[in-house]
Write a protein that binds this ligand. Structure first.
Ligand code: XUL
Ligand code: CO
Length: 436
């Protein structure tokens, strides 16, 4: 059985190709800065949008045609869907995928039934991983859809919702280990508040930290050595999510002694909802040594929701890859397309177009970023901007030789600070454009 009979393996045909089912820039074996594109980009397909998304929105039901899916919540349908997912990922040529426990297998009427369903589908995932060589980038548990999590999971005022979530994470860690997953992500689905009159923030944050420590401890116990990630998002579904942006996550991780255990999984549309750019979030995480993985997508600035569209903007992907290269490249993380085809793009083939576009956009971003780095002008101007810290007074301050009184003495003698130099912002923006 094949779900995509008309599609062959998607191949690299070069920038001149007019074939919409070919890559123009993503050439997996091509070497950039000493590493293949495959290894730089570590592309990953998400199960939840690509195989469970129906295209529903608040104004109408799903539109997606998925002829392989009988629409039931049976385990057989879930197993069949898993095989289709691997056919898709293999034809696309992405080396990784990511899933939530409840995307891949139906929730049963009890926890043990849900665990049994998950085991039955994980068996197929394992077979398919072995057959194709496709690997699990990260696993996660859905701790936000079921009504038991209406007030949150780890931050719920109901301790049994916390306990149930803990049990779900335990199982999700076990299957992530079983599948050789390279990471495990915590996105705080409803870990936030809707109303401060009924919320004890300090207690909820303590609980969230306890929950993450339990996961870290259990990973150690079972020998899971993958990387843990926390994924910032400022709102949706709650009005304020605790993990609101990279800086808030870093503060939380440091406050609760978790900073050595979790890195950040940054998502473009979450950055923009937070009033930041993805570039900002990457630099905040990277400069703290916490840049872990990318949920690659984009929002629509005119809509203001988490629309999770596929990234096609070369300026964005160039910024992403400049930051990734600057901080030493992706290690356990990947470029994970947490993105969905839009409601009007309802045919199976649209899934290919969407991923091909995202992969090509990132491949171009990678090549452009490498060109900018090889050229060296941008880096040279940055070094130059801070150069008066390299010797004399600047160097003395940096090594801690001064205090307020000694600096006052110098400035009383000089009377005024040295004149500033131009930031050259327009010139730098023009410089970047010469590479695009
Ligand atoms: C939600 C979101 C999630 C996480 C995984 O906005 O991005 O899909 O990536 O739970
Ligand atoms: Co995400």
């Amino acid at each position: 059985m094949t779900a995509f009979p008309e599609i062959d393996r998607i191949r690299y045909e070069g920038p001149e190709s007019k074939n919409p089912l070919a890559f123009r820039h993503y050439n997996a074996d091509e070497v950039v800065e000493g590493r293949s594109m495959r290894d730089h980009l570590r592309f990953s397909v998400v199960y939840w949008h690509t195989f469970r998304g129906q295209g529903a929105d608040p104004f109408g039901p799903g539109t997606a045609l998925r002829p392989w899916d009988d629409g039931s919540e049976s385990v057989e349908n879930a197993q069949n869907r898993a095989r289709v997912a691997f056919e898709f990922i293999e034809k696309l040529g992405a080396p990784y995928y990511a899933f939530h426990d409840r995307d891949v297998a139906p929730e049963g009427s009890t926890l043990s039934e849900s665990n049994k369903n998950l085991d039955a589908v994980v068996e197929v995932l394992q077979e398919e991983q072995e057959r194709t060589g496709i690997k699990l980038l990260w696993g996660t548990a859905n701790l936000f859809s079921n009504p038991r999590y209406m007030h949150g999971a780890a931050t719920s005022p109901n301790c049994e919702a916390f306990a149930y979530a803990a049990a779900q994470v335990k199982k999700a860690l076990e299957v992530t280990l079983q599948l050789g997953g390279e990471g495990y992500t915590f996105w705080g689905g409803r870990e936030g508040y809707q109303n401060l009159w009924n919320t004890d923030i300090a207690r909820e944050l303590d609980h969230l930290a306890q929950f993450l420590h339990m996961a870290v401890d259990y990973a150690k116990e079972i020998g899971f050595e993958g990387q843990f990630y926390i994924e910032p998002k400022p709102k949706e579904p709650t009005k304020h999510q605790y993990d609101s942006d990279a800086a808030a996550c870093l503060n939380f991780l440091r406050q609760y002694d978790l900073i050595d255990h979790l890195k950040l999984n940054l998502e473009t549309n979450h950055a923009t909802l937070a009033g930041h750019t993805m570039h900002h979030e990457l630099e905040v995480a990277g400069s703290s040594g916490a840049l872990g993985s990318l949920d690659a997508n984009t929002g629509d600035l005119l809509l203001g929701w988490d629309t999770d569209q596929f990234p096609t903007d070369i300026y964005l992907t160039t910024q992403c890859m400049l930051s990734v290269l600057k901080y030493g490249g992706l290690k356990t993380g990947g470029v994970n397309f947490d993105a969905k085809v839009r409601r009007e793009s309802f045919e199976p083939i649209d899934l290919f177009y969407a991923h091909i576009g995202g992969m090509d956009a990132f491949a171009r971003g990678l090549k452009i970023a490498a060109d900018i780095r090889a050229d060296g002008q941008l880096q040279g101007l940055l070094v130059e901007r801070y150069s008066n810290w390299d010797s004399g007074l600047g160097a003395e301050i940096e090594v801690g030789q001064h205090n307020l009184a000694s600096l006052e003495k110098i400035m009383l003698e000089k009377g005024e600070a040295e004149a500033n130099r131009s930031g050259r912002q327009e010139m730098l923006e023009n410089l970047i454009n010469t590479f695009l």
